[in-house]
Design a protein around this ligand. Sequence first.
Ligand code: NAG
Ligand code: NAG
Ligand code: NAG
Ligand code: NAG
Ligand code: NAG
Length: 241
Amino acid sequence: MFKSSLACLALLATGALTTSPGYSFNITPTVTNSSFSFGQHYAVLNLDLVNDLVATVNTTKVGEVWINNVATWINTVHKQDPPPLSIFSRIYYSNVQRPEIGASPFGAAVAALGNLTASSPGTQLYPAFKPLDNWDVVVQKARYYAGAGNPLEEILSSQRIDTVILSGIRTSGVVLSTAMRLLDLNYNVYVIANNTIESPSTYAPSNQKIILEGILPNLPVNIITIEQAIGALNRSGPAVY
Ligand SMILES: *[C@@H]1O[C@H](CO)[C@@H](O)[C@H](O)[C@H]1NC(C)=O
Ligand SMILES: *[C@@H]1O[C@H](CO)[C@@H](O)[C@H](O)[C@H]1NC(C)=O
Ligand SMILES: *[C@@H]1O[C@H](CO)[C@@H](O)[C@H](O)[C@H]1NC(C)=O
Ligand SMILES: *[C@@H]1O[C@H](CO)[C@@H](O)[C@H](O)[C@H]1NC(C)=O
Ligand SMILES: *[C@@H]1O[C@H](CO)[C@@H](O)[C@H](O)[C@H]1NC(C)=O
């Protein structure tokens, strides 16, 4: 108790975590069919689960819940036989000059992350989230959309994927942007509500709620719980990849 109060004071002193992450404990899913499945041509997208971004939430209770849910999902997906295609995205640049962003608006959005290159510790996948060697795909990105400037769309179309299931950080960034873009490209999009989180900001809790309960359902993107996702996984496949 004493120790954690000290840690709390230290965080407040540095200005960190004076606002809360946005996370959902009570979302109404949009899918009501208890026997729905993802079919055989589905891919699992695990977006921006990197150290620097996870570090904005992992000292909070809701951050821990989110991490546990995402790890459970990734590990359950890996236990399918055969495992479906899983794609992880990471933010980083070709070199420290950050040629991908220059003076772009997105560059301003990620300025605090610094000059991330492929080997920077901040852009490695958070240790709780492990891709399957020689099976899962990890793509580089330098925009909100997970398919910007990388082979994501080429991989999805070459593998004849028709359905994608999204988890990631943050809900109003990569998750929202990727859900909208892939919907426009004719994919059936599912977002696992328990597996998305909004980094701390003044509006984080309301952003999380309005995106998952208002904006995405209206597109329409399917909002499901992790319990529904694991159930559907069991009724899906064998995955074609
Ligand atoms: C997932 O989210 C649903 C709806 O918000 C909630 O009822 C359920 O308890 C959550 N599950 C876990 C494991 O956090
Ligand atoms: C529910 O999903 C199953 C499996 O995809 C499908 O066969 C069935 O027609 C669906 N039921 C309704 C009422 O849409
Ligand atoms: C949070 O994540 C960062 C980056 O991985 C790590 O250095 C730090 O130890 C983590 N903190 C906790 C409480 O897990
Ligand atoms: C990133 O690299 C640019 C160009 O070399 C340099 O001006 C800038 O100070 C660097 N920023 C950080 C955070 O390292
Ligand atoms: C998956 O389906 C099998 C057979 O229908 C069932 O025995 C098992 O409990 C299910 N597992 C989950 C996690 O739903």
